[in-house]
Ligand binder design. Sequence first.
Ligand SMILES: [Zn+2]
Length: 78
Amino acid sequence: MKINRCIRCGGFYTSDGDVCPNCVTKDNMELSVFKSYLENNVDETSLNNVSIKTGISTPNLNRFLSYGGFEDFEKNFK
Ligand SMILES: [Zn+2]
């Protein structure tokens, strides 16, 4: 059995995904906050700024970017 370590809370879990079952809801919520923030701020170029405005940590923002679907915005952050 594969044991994963939650990158949000550090807890161990055996289900799939990057975060444990306890953190999934919050993680999905932040992902949708991030998406709607980008849709409303298409000129945003600073992940730091996004982090400050949304309260989502930069490592989490980078992880969300790596999930794909942000191709239109990703170039802004490079
Ligand atoms: Zn967790």
